[in-house]
Design a protein around this ligand. Sequence first.
Ligand code: NDP
Length: 316
Amino acid sequence: LKSTVVITGASSGVGLYAAKALAKRGWHVVMACRNLEKAEQAAQEVGIPKDNYTIMHIDLGSLDSVRQFVNNFRASGKSLEALVCNAAIYMPLIKEPLRSPEGYELTMTTNHLGHFLLCNLLLEDLQKSSAADRRLVILGTVTHNPDELGGKIPPRPDLGNLEGFAQGFKPPISMIDGKKFEPVKAYKDSKVCNVLTMRELHRRYHDSTGISFTSLYPGCVAETPLFRNHYPLFQKIFPLFQKYITGGYVSQDLAGERVADVVAAPEYKQSGAYWSWGNRQKKDGKSFVQKVSPQARDDEKAERLWDLSEKLVGLE
Ligand code: NDP
C-alpha cells in the first residue's frame, strides 16, 4: 500500500513540484488546493500519473474550509503518513488588509492560522497511521531571519509581544504585533509563526507520538508565481538577482526534490530541525540543519503563539 502525503497549495510552485517528486517516489499525493481545475491542469502539465494523486478542496484563508477539508480527507478512508504545509500568499502591494470570513487579516490567516488548525486536526490522523516514520513539514523562508542576507531587507519580521493576537486580531487590528498594516511584514511575520509552530509541535508531541516535525528553506525559487502580485519589473529582475548576485536561486524541480527529501529521505528525519541548502554558506549546496532566527527560536514566544492561535482558531 502506498504512503499518503497531504500537500497544501500543490497547484503551483514548490507545492506542485513537491507533489511531482513524491509521486515519482511512489507516494500517493493529496493535493489540497483552493482551485480544483487549476490543480488538475497543473498535475497534468507536470506529468503526475493519474493514480498517484487526489485533489481535495481547501481554502486556508477560511477556518471552516480547513475543518471541512479534514472531514473530507477522513471520509476518503486514506491513512496519513506525511503533511506538508506549503500554501502561502504574498501581497506586497496592497494598501488595506484583506480579511478572512472570521475577520482576521488574510496573509496571517492563510499562511499561519489555517495551517495551525490543519496541523492540530491532522495530528490525530498521523498518529493513527501504522507507519513507523510519519512527518509533518512546514515551509519556512530565509526572509524570516535577519541574521541572513536575504532576511536583512526591511521591513523585518517582528511579532512584538503578540499584542494583535491577544486583542482578538479583528478590525481595526491587522498585524500580529497590533501595529500599522504592512503587507510585506505580514508575510514575514507569518513565516516566523510557521517556524515557531514547527518547533512547538516538536516540543509538545515528538516524544509522545514519534512524529518528526521539520521545516525547510528550499532556496530562492524565484520563478514560482509567489511573486505574481509584485511589480512586473520586479518579477523580471528578481530571478536574475538571485542567480547572479545572491547565488540563492533554485529551480522549481530542485525545490520540489528538496521538499520530497525532507518528507521521505531517512537522513531528514530529525525532529525539530530546520533544513537549509548552502548557497552562500556552503558552496556545494549540501543540506545542513540551520539555526533559526532569535525570534523563531524563542520558546516562550512559541508557547504564547500556540495559546493565542488556539483561541483564534477555536481549538480551546
Ligand atoms: P506559489 O504562489 O507558487 O504557490 C502558493 C500555493 O499556495 C498555490 O498553490 C496557491 O494556490 C496556494 N494558496 C494560496 N492561498 C491559498 C489558500 N487560501 N488556500 C489554499 N491554497 C492557497 O508560491 P511558492 O511555491 O513560491 O511558495 C510555496 C511555499 O514556499 C510558501 O510557503 C513560501 O513561503 C515558501 N517559500 C518560497 C520561496 C520562493 O522563493 N518562492 C522561498 C522560500 C519559501 P493557487 O494556485 O490557487 O493560487
